[in-house]
Design a protein around this ligand. Structure first.
Ligand SMILES: Cc1cc2nc3c(=O)[nH]c(=O)nc-3n(C[C@H](O)[C@H](O)[C@H](O)COP(=O)(O)O)c2cc1C
Ligand code: SF4
Ligand code: SF4
Ligand code: FES
Length: 630
């Protein structure tokens, strides 16, 4: 299996763990770069050189001394705590590092071997300092499989990927297996697509494999248009060769010789890294002709997306690659039968493809050891919202919502970021196509079938945690506005129906809602589901229908009491002063332009609803968070 290419590439390149020298890893993912990690890296270079430490930016062959190496890495998932700096082999993790912290890191840690205490992560519940990922619940409770190398290998250095066993699975597929053998292993693994639908990957590949056409294509779907989702971006930025290797194996499985990686244009770093990885893989002989002596060729091109959410839908994506307007087409024919340029094509999501090398290397049974019977393996989620630890996480399918929100996420927070043990209101899962989960579902296993049974879906893996101060009508409106804007306009019910649903939600939010508005929302929501061609229209009403079902009280309060107790809907907001929190400091009295607030000094104050003009000045002025509902 190991042809000359692998030997050439691995020669002299240290694997991270095997490397004797100390390494300083600066996270170069988009989140940390936005928070200033490049300045940290530059300061480290200067100060380590000044301290006389042996610094190299590139990975070097073993045996060239064991000085300190500085490396860029991909996202490590804990973006909220970035910029992150990891020191190996001690595995110390420094959080929220700035360039001003660098002298201490160099002097105390790299020279004296001591941690810089103030840069360590503090567990919000116990207030204990954690030295590294091994002690941080956010990492401890995860099972990082597809993300394992993200953040720990240099995504721009193919030699590192190879040194970690990369391209060995492709070598095995091309030199020891035929197309049917590859498809069989993927079918046996039970792998299901991570792009939203959960379709069995092996079955899709087999459908393309049996087509007799001499020309076939493999497409990687890196469009990731869901608001808040960044799993695929992190994989493409953090481990691009793994995605390429997955595509090579797919090409072996179906007999394709050409492929496209379709990346969202708004992901410039992912585009750059994927392009470099493709060029490096070609230069190293992993892409091109006669791969591993098999006689089969495979070449890849990276394409930037057309900027529309609907272009992530597979038939629209194909149209977009062909240079046409990205609009979905009816199925059948399925892309596996007639796809790009009417040739058999398989389209898989980035995360689906990144799972493939491990399945081929370790076997289907090993893959099935994680996850559930019908949803094997792991899933990445973008955990955001009112939760202590936000970021990119990976758990086996079947992990419960409780595990994800309370343990990995560290608990629900109030609007000021403090843990609020009773604050959990809902989790929105699956982005604009998804639904809401309520506190009574905390022990629900997160897998394709369990989620479907409660009217939600894994979707792309967005998980937004919401506290009691969240207005669920506004949440539904946020997603409806998104899908309405993104509808391609082909189907009347999607194009016009989403517009009307949005207008009905506005009626509720702005105080014009009636009982009829609620029943219209339901009737029209179901009609849009049934009458739309593609998944965008079919799922667009999900956030509305699911919040109407699980949070009807929020809607009824808006419609019948003309109130938004979460204080999010301006037209219905009415501030009140929480007597338990009010110190009677009179700051709000001074701030109120309408003279609506009264009360004795050092006694709880009250707001006269008839006089209040709902400007919100009192809430801004109050230092004790006593003004609520606005
Ligand atoms: C409106 C819409 C947007 C989609 N966007 C994406 C996307 O960004 N990435 C993705 O992998 N799949 C997306 N899909 C699903 C794809 O159509 C397709 O099912 C998926 O790429 C198949 O890959 P998988 O089998 O690996 O999941 C979208 C579907 C719809 C209806
Ligand atoms: S359902 Fe909507 S997005 Fe999909 S094809 Fe029809 S109009 Fe376009
Ligand atoms: S919202 Fe404005 S008008 Fe109403 S009580 Fe507060 S400060 Fe006064
Ligand atoms: S970008 Fe640094 S942890 Fe995500």
């Amino acid at each position: 299996m190991e042809g000359p290419i692998l030997e050439t590439q691995t020669a002299g390149v240290p694997a991270t763990a095997a490397s004797g020298g100390r390494r300083v890893i600066v996270c170069a993912g988009t989140g940390c770069v936005a928070n200033g990690s490049k300045k940290v890296l530059a300061a480290l270079e200067v100060q380590m050189a000044a301290a006389g430490l042996d610094v190299v930016l590139e990975f070097r062959p073993e045996g060239h001394g064991d000085g300190v190496r500085v490396s860029h890495s991909g996202c490590q998932g804990f973006c909220q705590m970035g910029p992150l700096v990891t020191i190996l082999p001690e595995n110390i993790l420094y959080t929220k590092v700035t360039a001003d912290d660098v002298p201490d890191i160099v002097e105390k840690t790299l020279v004296q071997g001591q941690p810089v205490e103030r840069l360590l992560y503090i567990e919000p519940r116990t207030r204990e300092k954690c030295l590294g990922p091994d002690q941080i619940p956010f990492y401890q409770r995860q099972t990082r499989s597809v993300l394992k190398e993200c953040g720990f290998i240099d995504p721009d250095d193919i030699r590192e990927y190879v040194a970690h066993g990369g391209y060995a699975a492709a070598g095995k597929a091309f030199s020891e297996m035929d197309g049917q053998g590859v498809c069989d292993v993927i079918s046996q693994s039970g792998l299901r697509g991570r792009g939203g639908g959960g379709f069995p990957t092996g079955r899709k590949w087999e459908a393309a494999r049996v087509q007799t056409s001499p020309k076939k294509y493999v497409i990687c779907n890196g469009d990731e248009g869901d608001p808040g989702a960044f799993m695929d971006r992190s994989l493409m930025e953090g481990n691009p060769h793994c995605v390429i290797e997955g595509m090579m194996i797919a090409a072996r499985g179906i007999g394709a010789d050409e492929g496209y990686i379709y990346v969202r244009a708004e992901y410039p770093l992912a585009v750059k890294r994927m392009r470099k990885a493709v060029a490096d893989a070609e230069a190293a002989g992993y892409l091109g002709d006669n791969l591993f002596g098999s006689g089969q060729s495979f070449r890849l091109e990276v394409m930037e997306g057309a900027g529309a959410f609907v272009c992530g839908e597979e038939t629209a994506l194909i149209a977009s690659i062909e240079g046409l307007r990205g609009m979905p087409a009816p199925k059948p024919p399925f892309p596996a039968q007639q796809g790009l340029w009417r040739k058999p094509t398989i389209i898989n999501n980035v995360e689906t493809l990144a799972q493939i090398p491990r399945i081929i290397s370790e076997g289907a049974a090993s893959y099935r050891s994680l996850g559930t019977e019908t949803s094997p393996g792991t899933k990445t989620f973008a955990l955001t919202g009112h939760v202590s630890n936000t970021g990119l996480i990976e758990v086996p399918f079947g992990a419960t919502l409780r595990e994800v929100v309370l343990n990995i996420g560290g608990g629900v927070t109030d609007d000021r970021g403090f843990i609020d043990e009773k604050g959990f209101k809902a989790v929105q899962i699956g982005g604009p196509s998804g639904g809401c989960l309520t506190p009574d579902l905390l022990d629900l296993p997160l897998d394709f079938d369990s989620l479907r049974s409660v009217g939600a879906m894994v979707g792309s893996g967005g998980l937004v945690v919401m506290n009691q101060k969240t207005c669920m009508v506004s949440v539904a409106r946020f997603f409806m506005e998104f899908t309405q804007r993104e509808s391609c306009g082909k189907c009347v019910l999607c194009r016009e129906g989403t517009k009307q649903l949005l207008a009905l939600l506005d009626d509720v939010i702005e105080g014009r809602g009636t009982a009829e508005t609620l029943s219209l929302l339901e009737t029209l929501g179901h009609a849009v589901q049934v009458g739309s061609l593609c998944g965008l229209g079919k799922t667009a009403p999900n956030p509305v229908l699911s919040t109407l079902k699980h949070f009807r009280k929020d809607y009824e309060e808006h419609v019948f009491d003309k109130r938004c107790s979460a204080g999010r809907c301006k037209a219905l907001a009415m501030p009140t002063i929480n007597a338990a929190r009010c110190k009677g400091c009179r700051l709000c009295v001074k701030a109120c332009p309408a003279g609506a607030i009264s009360g004795e000094k050092k006694q709880p104050h009250v707001i006269d609803e008839a006089v209040c003009i709902k400007c919100g000045a009192c809430a801004t002025a109050c230092k004790f968070g006593a003004v609520e509902g606005i």
